[in-house]
Design a protein around this ligand. Structure first.
Ligand SMILES: *Cc1c(COP(=O)(O)O)cnc(C)c1O
Length: 367
């Protein structure tokens, strides 16, 4: 007789049927919303595709803010579903400006949906969510926000801002696993989704999730939920709630400020000014004389979390990641010093001592 060895990742207890609604309620509290919260059994990009697929149909006019490849994809999914999409494209790697957005809004009198990413991990920018939401709501548009990166690292008051759909994942600022995502849906958004012509009988259908979960009393989820992922989400929320949302946001803000000061003390230009920068990633312009791949090669042995930009800006900046569990002194310091040291190896002088002091000042006792 063979005996199977016990494996903690495989032989896990089932996730209790009444536990899904509790998770949804905890996510609702985190997002500051009383709207419905749906759980999506897949990484956040799947929830985003489900939102676009469920909203899109011929006759819908959508204004889609593009500040990274994520926004580009969202517009493509809306178009695929027959919507008329106007992409409002920011300068590469920069936040959208209110002037650009307003001009696009004025050019689309029948706008039904406005979509944007809150904070971009691709470049480290923060979009002016409050202003955009206010302008979009004044025109009666349903506002869709990709808050996958920002939730937990930035303030995000869903109901106070009137955000209709907010999509999140656990794997960025919340410090959780990537296998599950969630979204809030306002009654107004449900009204749009439920109009004739929407997608049903599909894993990307929000209406299916409503019928098969919300309308059945929020007990068993359809399909075969991965208990491992649900336990992981519960664990991430336990840890996050123990710290507290305000503390977590403050921790991210401190990591961002320390990183920015450290980079400036190295003598390097920041990619964006503080008002347009996220708390999650810091973009740093690389010196003209430095080639991005040589820099990444020098950085590799340090085992830090520094990568190139994504998309059109891929060879013009590096991004220092201080999201989730990386928003802490040792990770911030390692990023800044590794970047300075790597540039020195390539012949570009930097001041590592000044950079250390600049970072540490943010973590010491107040003067
Ligand atoms: C990470 C991220 C996503 C997608 O997350 P996946 O892990 O790829 O599913 C979407 N939008 C933003 C802004 C992100 O940072």
């Amino acid at each position: 007789m063979t005996s199977l060895t016990w494996n903690p990742l495989l032989d896990i207890p089932p996730f209790p049927v009444y536990g899904y609604a509790k998770l949804a309620d905890r996510i609702g509290a985190l997002l500051g919303t009383r709207h419905d919260v749906l759980l999506v059994q897949g990484e956040a990009i799947i929830a985003l595709e489900a939102v676009a697929t469920s909203l899109a149909r011929p006759g819908l006019q959508a204004l889609n803010v593009v500040t990274s490849p994520y926004g580009g994809l969202f517009g493509d999914w809306l178009s695929r579903g027959g919507a008329a999409v106007s992409n409002v494209i920011a300068a590469p790697g920069l936040p959208i400006t209110i002037a650009t957005f307003t001009a696009a809004l004025d050019a689309m009198p029948g706008v039904g949906v406005v979509a944007l990413v809150h904070a971009e991990s691709a470049s480290g920018i923060l979009n002016p969510l409050e202003d955009i939401a206010t302008l979009a709501k004044a025109r009666g548009a349903v506002v869709v926000v990709d808050a996958v990166a920002s939730v937990g690292g930035h303030e995000l008051n869903t109901d106070a801002l009137g955000l209709d759909i907010v999509v999140i994942g656990a794997q960025k600022s919340l410090g959780g696993s990537a296998g599950l995502s969630a979204l809030s849906v306002s009654p107004t958004a449900w009204g749009l989704i439920a109009q004739p012509g929407g997608v049903e009988q599909s894993t990307l259908s929000l209406l299916d999730l409503k019928h098969n979960w919300l309308d059945r009393g929020r007990l068993a989820l359809p399909g075969m939920p991965s208990a491992l992922e649900f336990h992981a989400l519960a664990g991430a929320l336990d840890r996050f709630e123990a710290e507290g949302l305000d503390n977590a946001i403050a921790r991210h803000a401190r990591a961002a400020a320390a990183t920015r000061d450290g980079v400036e003390a190295l003598g390097l230009p920041l990619w964006v000014e503080a008002s347009g920068a996220s708390n999650l990633m810091t973009g740093v312009q690389i010196p003209q004389s430095i080639e991005i791949n040589s820099l990444l090669r020098e950085l590799a042995p340090f085992d830090t979390c520094i990568g190139p930009g994504v998309g059109l800006i891929a060879d013009r900046l590096v991004r220092l990641n201080h999201t989730g569990n990386r928003a802490r002194l040792d990770a911030v310091l390692a990023n800044v010093l590794a970047l300075g040291q790597a540039l020195q190896q390539l012949g570009h002088p930097t001041d590592l001592g000044a950079a250390s002091a600049a970072v540490l000042r943010h973590y010491g006792r107040p003067a």
